[in-house]
Design a protein around this ligand. Structure first.
Ligand SMILES: Nc1ncnc2c1ncn2[C@@H]1O[C@H](COP(=O)(O)OP(=O)(O)OP(=O)(O)O)[C@@H](O)[C@H]1O
Length: 270
């Protein structure tokens, strides 16, 4: 596990008109780790991710990437840093095959024709790097894939672009037990390959099965950022539902009002 965050967001405020949705939000994402982003419906998870991925402009706050403060004004800025988001609807085209989907909008060309062999090789290498064995042919239409396979293609598509951080929005929400296990394995493997992975999830089993850290949002504020091994299911549920957990033993010098709480003892990140 890394000592230095790959992505560090601090003090993010975001309002829609008169309604402030994010208040002084902070989150660290470490390379080689899965950071679960949890919170009740409307807590601000999607809004935070949209700020980090350049879809929304934040009203205040800083983003540090790889130790340098950066400005993310558009999805293009985020992609240039290697931040990719896999949304719940997956945005795959049913009438295209796996390779076509993975390169959609970023096709490789040789001269005036598409460089199919290179794209196929890159798609194949990416799936192999993730140890994906569930896809039979790269030329299969996405329409013929199961939910888990579609999720796999969407994740591989995000990983393909020299990504450093991949943010997954509820990747197992529509999946059965076996497919959920496969996708969680994939999530773990991405982190093991050195990526910083952010997993938005309402499913505490998934969160505890695969994450290294948990960031809990409550009513648009960071209620806690903790190592997964330092907390229990019920403490996280308490944080999600009330914004506090009496059992967490938060240090008094870092009260909840600071908006960013990391109960990991200093030096224990490594
Ligand atoms: N474009 C928008 N305009 C106005 N309000 C918005 C907009 N997007 C989100 N909100 C509001 O911001 C708050 C946070 O929403 P957000 O979608 O970020 O929460 P979430 O934690 O992702 O929830 P869920 O788990 O239900 O997806 C909600 O009260 C929501 O109604």
């Amino acid at each position: 596990m890394a000592a230095t965050p790959l992505l560090e967001v601090r003090g993010i405020d975001k309002s829609f008109g008169p309604v402030q949705v994010l208040h002084d939000v902070g989150m660290n994402v470490y390379p080689g780790e899965v950071t679960a982003l949890v919170g009740d419906n409307g807590a601000g998870k999607s809004t935070l991710v949209k700020c980090v991925s350049g879809i929304y402009t934040m009203d205040a706050g800083t983003v540090t990437f790889d130790g340098e403060q950066v400005a993310i004004h558009s999805p293009r800025d985020a992609a240039a840093l290697g931040i990719e988001v896999v949304y719940q609807d997956l945005a795959l085209c049913d009438n295209l095959d796996i390779v076509q989907n993975m390169f959609l909008g970023r096709e490789r060309v040789r001269g005036i024709v598409l460089d199919e062999p290179t794209m196929e090789q890159m798609a194949s290498d990416t799936l192999a790097s993730l140890s994906v064995r569930t896809v039979k042919s790269l030329r299969q239409l996405v329409a013929s894939l199961s939910g888990g396979q579609r999720q796999t293609v969407a994740i591989a598509k995000a990983v393909l672009w020299n990504s450093r951080i991949v943010i997954l929005d509820e990747p197992t929400a529509a999946l059965g037990v076996a497919q959920t296990a496969q996708v969680l394995e994939l999530v773990r493997r991405m982190a093991d390959n050195g990526l910083g992975v952010v997993l938005i999830s309402h499913n505490m089993n998934d969160v505890f099965a695969v994450s290294d850290r948990i960031v809990a949002l409550y009513l648009g504020r960071t209620a806690a950022q903790v190592k997964t091994t330092d907390v229990t299911h019920s403490q996280i549920v308490e944080l999600i539902t009330s914004g506090r957990s009496g059992n967490l033993g938060l240090p008094p010098e870092r009260p909840a009002a600071a908006g960013f709480i990391d109960i990991t003892p200093p030096g224990a990140h490594a």
